[in-house]
Design a binder for this molecule. Structure first.
Ligand SMILES: [Zn+2]
Length: 129
């Protein structure tokens, strides 16, 4: 059985980088990178993760109650029952801010009450039978 001829043509058409002014200004940094360096929660990956987690419509993983997802905008910033993105492993314990597997949906009040503790008291599951 003959091998098919390699069809990979070398592509000479990579555009020449036309950015001679890259180093022209003192603040010529990539905006996103600068934002992430300052506060990762302002970065787009984090907001995307928030939106994705919110779209799952899950109940609060701490208390098990439904989350009123209709609360959005400025009100969600102070409403105790509003959706917040919590992390299974807190960031202070080495959890990944941007890992979807580490993301959990939580009420604002539950999230802040839990703080940085790793263990969560779930009613009814305190004993193993
Ligand atoms: Zn809750």
């Amino acid at each position: 059985m003959p091998c098919p001829p390699p069809s990979g043509r070398p592509r000479p058409c990579t555009p020449p980088s036309s950015s001679p002014s890259l180093q022209s200004g003192p603040y010529r940094q990539h905006d996103e990178v600068a934002a992430v360096a300052g506060n990762p929660r302002n970065g787009r990956p984090y907001r995307t993760l928030c939106a994705r987690q919110r779209s799952l419509g899950l109940p609060c993983w701490i208390c098990g109650q439904d989350i009123p997802y209709e609360i959005t905008g400025p009100e969600a910033g102070r409403h105790p029952a509003a959706f917040t993105l919590d992390h299974l492993v807190p960031l202070s314990k080495g959890g990944d801010l941007l890992d979807p597997a580490n993301a959990r949906s939580a009420h604002r009040r539950c999230n802040s009450r839990r703080g940085n503790r790793l263990t969560v008291r779930t009613p009814g599951t305190s004993r193993r039978w």
